[in-house]
Write a protein that binds this ligand. Structure first.
Ligand code: CO8
Length: 141
């Protein structure tokens, strides 16, 4: 089952349709089981930092997006409150990544999440994060 593109972020840098945002990474997440989603991402040279290696900020963005989409798939539109990323190995340009996000737990209004970037059965980067529902409107006026 594909996760529907949410109206709340239809121009999102990660998951918007290209006609909505030409710079979008165009990730489409699939719900794999309860509280877990995944998407495929081809690491092309537009996304490099050091020569031949995926930029860490893009890797962190993919991890954040997977956890966001895991919640969105459950109808929860929460904000990233904290994000802890581990870069285990450099990710080469040309890699075909599986981007996985899952929910670990919920404590009061805090969702504890984790995500992984996997290729060829190896985890290249992982993250743990806390997501919270905003009390106030999501953006400053
Ligand atoms: C593919 C789709 C991609 C879509 C986008 C991906 C997700 C994003 O990028 S979201 C954008 C980045 N994130 C943000 O801009 C978030 C900005 N921050 C906020 O909006 C708010 O600070 C928010 C919602 C996190 C918390 O707001 P609010 O509930 O008002 O917090 P606040 O009143 O300060 O704290 C409430 C409680 O939570 C606790 N708390 C706040 N932050 C944290 C945290 N990181 N960890 C643990 N506890 C926390 C506080 O200590 C407090 O505890 P208590 O009630 O016991 O005193």
């Amino acid at each position: 089952m594909k996760t529907k593109r949410a109206d709340s972020h239809h121009q999102c840098i990660v998951c918007a349709a290209p006609e909505q945002n030409p710079a979008s990474l165009d990730l489409l997440f699939t719900q794999m089981r309860a509280q877990q989603v995944q998407a495929r991402f081809m690491v092309d040279q537009r996304y490099q930092g050091y020569q031949g290696v995926l930029h860490g900020g893009i890797a962190a963005t993919l991890l954040d997006a997977a956890m966001t989409q895991c919640l969105v798939a459950q109808g929860i539109e929460a904000m990233t409150a904290s994000l802890d990323v581990r870069f285990h190995m450099p990710i080469a340009i040309g890699s075909r990544l599986t981007v996985i996000g899952r929910q670990l737990a919920q404590k009061r209004n805090i969702y504890l999440m984790e995500a992984e970037l996997v290729a060829n059965g190896l985890c290249y980067a992982s993250a743990k994060a806390k997501f919270m529902l905003p009390k106030q409107p999501k953006v400053a006026p």
